[in-house]
Design a protein around this ligand. Structure first.
Ligand SMILES: [Fe+2]
Ligand SMILES: [Fe+2]
Length: 286
């Protein structure tokens, strides 16, 4: 669909003294994204290592270029989430313990699985990331009241996830990956990422002593299943993956993507998103 996968190595200068509930002053909205951020570095690495065995595989020239872009983007994401997670650590969360567990599980998995199954996991996870990213950009209110530097980080990530959403899928097809392995990958990824994200999320909630608060559960229900219903809205695009003729660009969000991409080429806006934040007094030091 869109041939160009550009690596944009942006450094988001996020205030070290970031408000604990940086997203709309809401613990649920904040920790849902924090849980993903904690998982992200290990996961981005798993994605990169899954495509490396196919580096010299005879695939089309355009896909080869896109793969280089994919690796560049995912490694840039990993670095930024490592920096972001240091801020969570500074807030008192034991991100190291959670990340060590995530890395251990992923390493174990990548050793056990065949390269093709490993790739199938990545393409399933890329679909999950792409549909979450679509929701974050399509409904800007999810980040409307977030601290601007963190909102910028998530939007940049979402833009690039949509941009490269079909790269691993196309690779899988070009190396002759089949339907059943693709579905098995999604089944495994759903169990794996689901349980890791739930564990990360509740670690943060328990640390904040919110577990026995009625307002927390009420809020969680509304945000996930009621209104606005984050998980409810992901249901349909999630199941689209199980169709035999599925392709990531069947959810054609190119027009929306191009609108958002203008932000990344407009230097004034970029300055506002990233550069101007350097003027804030305390920045994350890594
Ligand atoms: Fe990523
Ligand atoms: Fe990705």
């Amino acid at each position: 669909m869109d041939d160009e996968i550009v690596t944009r190595r942006l450094r988001f200068l996020i205030e070290k003294e970031l408000p604990r509930y940086w997203n709309d002053n809401c613990p649920v909205k904040t920790h849902m994204l924090n849980a993903i951020a904690i998982l992200a570095p290990a996961f981005e690495r798993l994605a990169i290592t899954s495509v490396l065995p196919y580096k010299n595989h005879p695939v089309s020239a355009s896909l080869k270029t896109q793969l280089a872009g994919f690796i560049g983007q995912e490694s840039a994401h990993g670095s930024e989430f490592i920096r972001f997670n240091q801020i969570l650590k500074h807030q008192g969360y034991d991100t190291k313990k959670l990340q060590t567990a995530n890395v251990r599980n992923f390493k174990w998995l990548s050793r056990k699985l065949s390269p093709k199954m490993h790739l199938s996991l990545t393409l399933a996870a890329e679909h999950l990331t792409a549909i979450i990213s679509d929701l974050l950009l399509r409904e800007p209110e999810w980040l409307a009241n977030a601290t601007p530097s963190v909102a910028a980080l998530w939007r940049w990530h979402a833009i690039e996830e949509i941009e490269h959403k079909a790269v691993v899928y196309d690779l899988y097809q070009q190396i002759g990956g089949g339907y059943f392995k693709r579905i098995a990958g999604m089944w495994l990824v759903t169990q794996m990422l689901g349980s890791i994200l739930i564990a990360n999320f509740f670690h943060l909630i328990i640390k904040d002593k919110l577990l026995f608060k009625w307002s927390f559960w009420k809020n969680l229900w509304h945000l996930c299943w009621g209104k606005p219903g984050f998980l409810r809205k992901l249901f349909r695009p999630y199941f689209a993956y199980y169709l035999p003729r599925f392709h990531p660009w069947q959810q054609n969000n190119l027009a929306m993507l191009n609108e958002w991409k203008k932000l990344l080429t407009n230097t004034d806006v970029l300055e506002e998103m990233v550069g101007a934040l350097q003027k804030t007094t305390v920045i994350a030091e890594h």
